[in-house]
Design a binder for this molecule. Sequence first.
Ligand SMILES: Cc1cc2nc3c(=O)[nH]c(=O)nc-3n(C[C@H](O)[C@H](O)[C@H](O)COP(=O)(O)OP(=O)(O)OC[C@H]3O[C@@H](n4cnc5c(N)ncnc54)[C@H](O)[C@@H]3O)c2cc1C
Length: 409
Amino acid sequence: MKRLLILGAGTAGTMAANKLAKHLPDWKITMVDQHQTHYYQPGYLFIPFGAYTPDEVVKPTKKFVPEGVELITATIDQVFPDDNKVVLEGGQELPYDYLIIATGTTPRPDQTPGMEDGLRDNVHEFYTYEGTTALGEKLKTWEGGKLVVQICEMPIKCPVAPLEFTFLADAFFEEKGMRDKVDITYVTPLEGAFTKPVASKHLGSMLDDRKINLEPDFMIESVDAEAGKIVSFDEREIPFDLLVTIPVNMGADFIAKSDMGDDLNYVPVDPQTLLSKKYDNVFALGDASDIPASKAGSVAHFAVDLFEKNFLAHIQGLPMTEAFDGHANCFIESGHGKGLLIDFNYDTEPLPGKYPLPGVGPFSLLKETELNHWGKLMFRWMYWNILLPGKELPLPALMSMAGKEKEAV
Ligand SMILES: Cc1cc2nc3c(=O)[nH]c(=O)nc-3n(C[C@H](O)[C@H](O)[C@H](O)COP(=O)(O)OP(=O)(O)OC[C@H]3O[C@@H](n4cnc5c(N)ncnc54)[C@H](O)[C@@H]3O)c2cc1C
């Protein structure tokens, strides 16, 4: 009996298990995750503003594990790829014929000097369940001052989430009648509001419209929580009363320990097939890989759709014919019940225009509409009921140019 081992039962690991289990009834499939809870991370954005309650973003992991698949709750300690085995904390050994690494990426406040000193006091984050819940409590009683939203380093998962947080904060304080008491600054290591020029121009002007200061090219060196300031390597200082940081994001530590990752513990893979560059029986899916696409649930979803066919070919010794293009599709909340949509891939940056979707769409690209906001909210239902169980969504896995307009920057 062949053994497939899936490390991580988050978005990508769970989708892959559901897609593959039905084709491999005679295989022993095992999943390992450190948590018994599955977190819907896109929902973390809404919790600080009271739009979602924490219990709306969690469900038991085992609810999404297909029948016949074993789920082990444990922390992964090390992979021995030359021996085809994984060792868990506590010493249990799991041999495999094929391995899928889907352990995602994690915010690491310990990577920036001084950041942990003020954590949950005047330094907050919304990239973890505990963090976003604590920030929600903080905002209930915060009386205003200097709010700094700051990204430490790219790549981060959902690279638009910090901008969305900033737009939602602007709307939240306005609706509370205290916007004049809050000075908002958006601090980024990028040279503009976003990674790609056309989107950066659109999103940057939205910051201007909302009187939000933009501080680009800021490479953080340290946080001085007591003095309330962040300091960059080129010795710029930005004062804050409340810092909402997106800490350095990194792949799991066991990847470094197993000597299978790059500097940030991401697994080098072929960007089209997600097969490890080093090991012919190891794939990395979702945020855990080093592909030059956004680290996003939508990317994991489109990639896993194609991976399913490739994996089934690969185990039969056939060539993998599907080529993933880095397709990402993200709604961007902009506040007051509106949002934007961006759709792009490895080669094509987010462009304005329309995103056709029969029955519901078209959605507007790079333009604020109420329909885009509803699209974002609908997504939670689709995540739990269609995506995680591995069912088909009527969305093409590869990006299409239909509806997109070319724009001079
Ligand atoms: C605030 C926020 C907003 C977001 N918004 C969006 C959005 O609007 N749209 C979108 O597409 N994406 C969004 N994302 C990103 C999306 O949630 C992730 O890209 C997606 O979950 C990646 O899936 P994954 O399976 O690679 O990783 P995850 O879903 O993070 O799963 C990784 C799993 O591995 C487990 N694990 C890690 N290390 C170990 C270990 N050593 N031992 C055992 N288990 C381990 C973890 O417990 C976890 O269950 C958002 C993320 C955040 C934080």
